[in-house]
Write a protein that binds this ligand. Structure first.
Ligand code: SF4
Ligand code: SF4
Length: 301
């Protein structure tokens, strides 16, 4: 793919949900374009991360760029870090030449969880990747969050998409990696490099759009299994979304503004907290119940 149209300005629109790293992708691209000698204009709308809201960034570069905002329908590339956000911004893409790149990962917004009883499926965009890719001039849908998870950190999904996007812009791989290394914290340089290269590799084998990643409601685990909530404290930014939306009121923020589950037995495994967390800080697992040894039961009796 090649997004460099025969025009002086290239327009890249990056969209997603608060906490996913939209700003990081925008800034890395803008910095790289600047280093490559282009005139660059960048604008972002963020600050919604604490509410799990939409975030987007415009990056425009070329010989001379006058405005930081991409005119409607003139995005050369639309990169979406979340599936439904990609749908929402599709009309900004150039209908004749635009390239659509999206993670199939879904983050369910709070308003889609009006019915919060166990087993309810939230209201969410029903379009499949195949349907959407049929509508655009060129499109790529991949499970970037799954790729990043396999690499060791789900939150590097934005860098997987950055890697895929980089193949449409033609700058040298080393230049991208240099900017990424300068931009991300030292402790996450290696994972981001690996995620970026994985995104670049993915495009070589991409042929059929991957199936959408749909988080199904957790089924009743039965007597031999139970639901177990994993909280990753380092990733929790204390936005309070899960605490407010948990139907069983079994979550709360501790003194450090990190979520904890003081009443794990009340958790029904509805997965709403997992769906809503914009930072992937909560995961629900089904684990086997360890049965007490028969001797112990007899002794108790
Ligand atoms: S775990 Fe809860 S409080 Fe922490 S970031 Fe996720 S949604 Fe927000
Ligand atoms: S802790 Fe999460 S999975 Fe458990 S009941 Fe609350 S929202 Fe549902």
């Amino acid at each position: 793919m090649d997004a460099r149209a025969n025009r002086n300005v290239t327009n890249v629109l990056i969209v997603g949900v608060g906490g996913q790293g939209v700003v990081m992708v925008s800034k890395v691209l803008a910095l790289l374009c600047q280093q490559q000698g282009y005139d660059v204009k960048q604008s972002e709308v963020h600050g919604m991360a604490k509410r799990g809201g939409a975030v987007f960034g415009h990056v425009r570069y070329g010989d001379v760029v006058h405005s930081p905002t991409i005119p409607a329908g003139e995005a050369d590339i639309l990169v979406s870090l979340e599936w439904a956000e990609g749908m929402r911004w599709l009309d900004q893409l150039n209908p004749d030449t635009g390239i659509f790149i999206s993670d199939t990962h879904k983050i369910v917004p709070p308003f889609a969880c009006r019915n919060r009883r166990r087993g309810q499926v939230p209201v969410y965009s029903k379009e499949t990747p195949a349907e959407i890719l049929d509508e655009v001039a060129q499109g790529y849908a991949l499970d970037a969050a799954g790729i990043a998870t396999r690499l060791g950190n789900e939150r590097a999904a934005n860098t997987v998409l950055l890697g895929l996007m980089s193949t449409a812009l033609g700058f040298p791989e080393e230049a991208w990696l240099d900017v990424i290394c300068d931009f991300v914290p030292a402790k996450s340089v290696e994972i981001n490099k690996a995620a970026f290269l994985e995104g670049r590799e993915w495009v070589k084998t991409a042929s059929v759009p991957e199936a959408p990643v749909v988080a199904d409601p957790m089924p009743d685990p039965g007597p031999e299994f139970r639901n177990e909530l994993e909280i990753i404290p380092a990733w929790c930014k204390g936005c309070d979304i899960c605490v407010r939306m948990c139907p069983e009121k079994c979550l709360e923020l501790n003194a450090d503004q990190v979520v904890v589950i003081p009443r794990p037995d009340d958790c029904t495994g509805c997965r709403i907290c997992e769906w809503l967390c914009p930072d992937f800080a909560i995961k629900l697992h089904t684990v086997a119940v360890v049965q007490p040894h028969t001797d112990e039961i007899l002794a108790e009796v």
